[in-house]
Design a binder for this molecule. Structure first.
Ligand SMILES: Nc1ncnc2c1ncn2[C@@H]1O[C@H](COP(=O)(O)OP(=O)(O)OP(=O)(O)O)[C@@H](O)[C@H]1O
Ligand SMILES: Nc1nc(=O)c2ncn([C@H]3C[C@H](O)[C@@H](CO)O3)c2[nH]1
Length: 208
């Protein structure tokens, strides 16, 4: 690893990223960097009209994550401390390639690379995969009002986009370890044994 362990939990909407990242932060006594959701002024509008609001939303996420990396991640890694986050900044590109079109997509991609290419990236990714039915159930259970408008088509596309993105990341960055978790079957919330197995695999990676 070229810097202190920087762990990211990833997966499509509702996969359980924040839940697992928080549990691991507690268990491993690591500082947690969490996505800012409630203060996002565009999510509500975006889910009602994606074409109209996607550029504002993607730029907002990008700027927010860039600032979090600057303020909360880089200082820790510079001091040689490990950190865990419930996202990888690469998710900006996963979503934006799906939600933006034409010239806006090109411009966004350019800005993404300018802002992030020289930033430290997670060297361990826990990728939670889950099927559409599981994600829909968890999103409904969580009950965020603005997510009631999420379409099954959009979610299904994101599931596939995530699979493709993780495959491409593994090819481009072979030094990044990706642990894939089958979120349909592995229940780290209800089953302490399942959580224990994840902790064991993470500790193994950290000791290498
Ligand atoms: N393994 C699990 N079994 C059952 N419920 C779960 C599991 N993991 C998460 N949940 C529940 O599913 C909902 C979504 O989880 P969470 O908020 O952690 O997902 P997320 O991937 O961080 O979502 P988002 O993409 O919106 O940030 C929450 O209500 C959480 O309690
Ligand atoms: N379009 C888009 N781009 C992103 O980078 C992004 N990151 C998260 N989200 C959505 C998923 C959840 O509803 C909610 C909380 O994760 O925000 C995103 N949506």
């Amino acid at each position: 690893m070229n810097h202190a362990p920087y762990i990211a939990v990833e997966g499509p909407i509702g996969a359980g990223k924040t839940t697992l990242a928080s549990m691991l932060a507690d268990e491993l006594q690591l500082p947690l960097v969490k996505e800012i959701v409630e203060e996002n002024p565009f999510l509500d509008k975006f889910y009602q009209d994606m074409d109209d609001w996607s550029f504002q939303l993607e730029m907002f996420f990008l700027c927010n994550r860039y600032k979090q990396l600057e303020d909360a991640v880089i200082p820790k890694l510079t001091q040689g401390q490990s950190i865990i986050s419930d996202y990888h900044i690469y998710k900006n590109l996963i979503f934006s390639e799906r939600t933006l079109k034409g010239i806006k997509r090109d411009k966004y991609r350019h800005i993404y690379h300018v802002l992030t290419d020289d930033l430290p990236k997670p060297n361990l990714i826990l990728y939670i995969r889950a099927d559409l039915e599981v994600l829909l159930e968890r999103i409904a259970k969580r009950g965020r009002s603005f997510e009631e408008d999420i379409s099954a088509d959009y979610l299904q596309q994101l599931i596939q986009d995530y699979d493709a993105a993780m495959t491409s990341l593994a090819e481009r960055e072979p030094s990044t370890t990706i642990i894939t978790i089958n979120g349909n079957e592995v229940d780290f919330v209800a089953n302490p044994e399942h959580f224990g197995q994840i902790v064991h695999r993470v500790k193994e990676c950290l000791s290498q």
